[in-house]
Every structure is written in C-alpha cells, then in structure tokens.
Design a protein around this ligand. Structure first.
Ligand code: ATP
Length: 458
C-alpha cells in the first residue's frame, strides 16, 4: 500500500516529514517500509506553509492488516497535525495493492495501466507546475477507488495525492523523474522551539569533505550555513545530495545537539521540476495569456532596458520575449539573492538571455539566468582628447566642435568608445541562501556534464 500525506504543519510547528519519519518507524512491525519520498510541489502556491512539501511511502503489508495500518496512520496524523492552525488541512491518500498490481509494468491490462499512470503523472506534474483545485484530487481518488482521510477542509489531499502519485510512477520507472536525496535529522521533543546547536566548523568540514556529491549545506559567498531551518519545527538540519554515501559521510562529520531520529528521503528537490519552458511564439496576446501568475517559467528574450536598483535593493530590468511578436515582462533579482544582483546589474539593453523563475504580476522572480549573447555594440561618446596635452577638450560652442584653449587645438567630432563588457556569457544562479528547495543548483548541471559555460555560486 502507498500512503501519501500533506498539510499537517503550520508556521508555529510540526513538519510533515517528521510525521512521516515517525510513521515509517512505527509501521515497520506491519511490514517492510520503503524509503519515503519528499515531494516539493509548486513553490508559489498561496496555501503553502513554507516549502510546499508532501510525503509518501510504501508499506508491504498483508491484506488482513491493511485496516490496522490505516488506523495507525489516521491516529498519528490526528495526534501530530497542527489542526488548531487556520491554514492547516491535513490529507492522507491510501493506494491499495490491487491498484498497484494493475499498474505494475506488464500488469493485468496494458491499456488500463497506461490510463491510470497518465492520470497520476498529470496530477503530480500539475501539482508541481500548476495550481489545482481540491475537487480535481477528489475526482481522481474516486475514479481510481483510492481511500483517503482528511481533517478539516480537504486541501491536504492535493499534496497527499501528488506525493503518492510520484511514488507510484517512480517505483515503476525509477529514472522517469530526476531525483535527489535528503537526510533529515530531527530534534528531541523538549528542544522544539529553542535555538539549534550545530557546531559551525563541523558543517564547513562536512561540506569540504563531500561537496559536490552533497550541496546546499553551506553558502560560501555569504558565509552562511544553509542546512538548518529557522522555524520552530522539529527539523534540526537536512543534508542534500546526489549520493547517499556522501550524505551519510557528511552526517558523521557534523557535531550538533542530540537527535531524536533521522530519516533519508528520495526527493524531487534540486531538480527544477517546477519550471515550464514557454516559447511565447504566437501573437502578443497569446504570448501573454500563456504566462500565468503563480507558475514558474524558462523564457528567452532580449533585455529591453538597462537594469536599475529599486527601493529595498532589488534589481529589475525589462525583457522582450523572443517569438513572433514578443511580449514585454519585468525580471527582478530580489535583495536576498545578494551577489547574484551584481550579475544582473551588468546586463545591457540588447543582451540575449534566458531567465528562470516564478511569474507574478507580469514579473519573473529570477532564480537563474543564462546570458546567451552579449550586446557588444554599446558605445559611449566622450569629448576628444587634445593631442598636445592629452586632456579632454571642451566644447567650442553649439555645433562648433571641441577645442583645447591652452594648446589651441580643435576637433569637430566626439570620440566614440566601445564599452568593454564586464560579464561573461553562461549560466548564473542565485546563491544557496536564496535558493528554493526545488531549484536545481548549477553544480548538479555541471556534474551531468555537457554544459561548460557555468558560473557556480559557492
Ligand atoms: P512544509 O514545507 O513546512 O511541510 P508546506 O509549505 O508544505 O509546509 P503545507 O502545509 O503542505 O505547506 O500546505 C500546502 C497546501 O497546498 C496543501 O494543502 C497542499 O495540498 C496544497 N497544494 C500543494 N500544491 C498545490 C497546487 N499545485 N495547487 C493547489 N494546492 C496545492
């Protein structure tokens, strides 16, 4: 049976991953439990608490004990969820073995299998890239005869079904979706809400020993640890990476307060699964309609205005979208993206770029940028230099050219200089301290090989 769970926490406490870790440990007596999945959904949904995460796991349980397992899950979700918080609406989805047998590759009916898989695939992908209604989750749950449990409103069913769908697909086709790992360490209950003790130097050492197979543990440029949350939740820290061995190696190096438990998750973090590549190739109206608030895009276009720094230290520029007509949008690098803004400040009108980020109010919140072609035809005009003394000449009056009074030299034209660009083409990213859970760090792109022009933020 696959179990998906979401929306159990609030900003005051709890974490759905903790609830998952508790259940995985507790349910082991009923049968083998898989490595749980931690799925990050659309990072811009307005209903999220923090990182829009949902969880799922599979338990190999005998038919006669299925109901018992479900009761344990319901009891634990009821006990640990922050139901008193207004926006918390816990949801659990149970996918039984008879369904999982049907959709097993080469299962009973290829057609039924394909149809079901397609439904779940679409649902998961829309949960990551789009906005769903609770009714859409309910329809699928009813059509595919899944069981569910909710407290309060049913909103948590969206994340619960998406996380369960991710696991259904991944267990059949492990490489279908890009995935990474995170080992999460949880605090002793009596320490929840107090400040965390993590020995800084040990984290720097852990990073040094295991990067790039682990990543987003520290932010060197900003001299910050980024493995621990700042909320009162049960998480002490998480180590992310592409290698389970490297993650455990880093874990053994880190010295910190005692932990209650730890849990390894397979995740879609660091994969850019939220991004939609939009071509904007039709008419301007269609291009604009194609872009929707709260969705995240990869868009190519031409810088249409020199960047400017606005109140709060954010840097903005206008972008004309590539395509037949090209719409106009704004791009913004917010203040927390720190040094990334310096790259954005160096852009000039006419540069061809690809921007990556979430879209709202006609503005892309930049997560990454690729400088594809720099405008090398940027000229500035200066008063000419006097051949006699080497100083810049002064205007000789309207339409009368330039002169040097001292040397009595004259020149009719201004001097035209080509501006040397202080930035290189290639891919740039926001630093780890400002990165979304789901955003792919460029170090992962670098490890995949093939793309050379990468400027890592470290
Ligand atoms: P944390 O990361 O700390 O676990 P959270 O940020 O995951 O918290 P939740 O408490 O899970 O926040 O709340 C997110 C809510 O939004 C859930 O009810 C979930 O079902 C719903 N949701 C997730 N993705 C979408 C989506 N694409 N469209 C509509 N609703 C969504």
């Amino acid at each position: 049976m696959i179990i998906g769970i979401d929306d159990t926490d609030s900003i005051e406490g709890m974490c759905t991953t903790y609830l998952c870790a508790v259940l995985v440990a507790e349910l082991k007596i009923y049968g083998e439990v898989s490595t749980p999945r931690l799925v990050r959904l659309n990072p811009c949904v307005p209903f999220k608490t923090r990182g829009n995460g949902a969880v799922s796991f599979e338990i190999n349980v005998a038919l006669e004990r299925v109901e018992e397992v479900k009761e344990v899950v319901k009891a634990r979700v009821s006990e640990l969820s922050e139901v008193q918080a207004e926006g918390t609406n816990p949801g659990v989805v149970f996918i039984h073995d008879n369904f999982l047998r049907t959709v097993r590759i080469g299962g009973e009916s290829e057609t039924a299998e394909n149809e079901c898989i397609e439904i779940l695939e679409n649902f998961y992908e829309t949960a990551v890239r789009g906005i769903l209604r609770v009714e859409q989750a309910c329809e699928i749950i009813s059509k595919l005869q899944f069981d569910y449990f909710v407290l309060k409103k049913k909103r948590g069913l969206i994340g619960a079904l998406a996380a369960a769908s991710f696991l259904v697909i991944q267990r059949g086709k492990p490489d279908y979706y890009d995935s990474t790992f995170e080992l999460v360490a949880y605090r002793l209950r009596e320490r929840w809400g107090t400040s965390r003790f993590i020995e800084e130097s040990s984290v720097w050492k852990a990073d040094e020993d295991t990067y790039p197979l682990t990543w987003d543990t520290v932010d060197i440029e900003n001299n910050r640890l980024v493995l621990a949350p700042h909320s009162p939740c049960p998480v002490l820290f998480g180590i992310r990476g592409d290698s389970v061995d490297a993650i455990y190696k880093a874990y053994r190096v880190i010295r910190a307060e005692p932990v209650e438990r730890e849990m390894l998750f397979i995740t879609n973090q660091g994969t850019d699964s939220h991004l939609i590549t939009a071509t904007c190739e039709e008419t301007e109206a269609e291009a604009e309609a194609e872009l929707q608030d709260y969705l995240s895009y990869v868009l190519t276009g031409v810088v249409a205005s020199d960047p400017r720094t606005i109140d709060g230290g954010h840097v903005v520029f206008a972008l004309t979208l590539a395509g037949k007509t090209g719409g106009h949008i704004e791009c913004i690098a917010y203040e927390p993206t720190k040094g990334f803004r310096n790259i954005i400040r160096k852009l000039c009108s006419g540069d061809k770029v690809t921007v990556y980020g979430s879209f709202k109010n006609r503005t892309i919140n930049l997560e990454k940028i690729e400088l594809r072609e720099l405008n090398v035809d940027i000229k500035i005009e200066k008063n000419p230099v006097c051949e006699g003394c080497g100083k810049r000449m002064k205007s000789a009056g309207r339409s009368q050219g330039y002169r040097c009074k001292r040397c009595k030299t004259h020149c009719s034209e201004k001097e035209v200089q080509i501006v040397a660009r202080e930035v290189e083409t290639g891919l740039y990213e926001v630093p780890a301290v400002a990165r979304r859970h789901i955003a792919k760090p460029l170090i992962r792109v670098w490890m995949e090989g093939g793309i050379t022009n990468i400027h890592l933020s470290r």
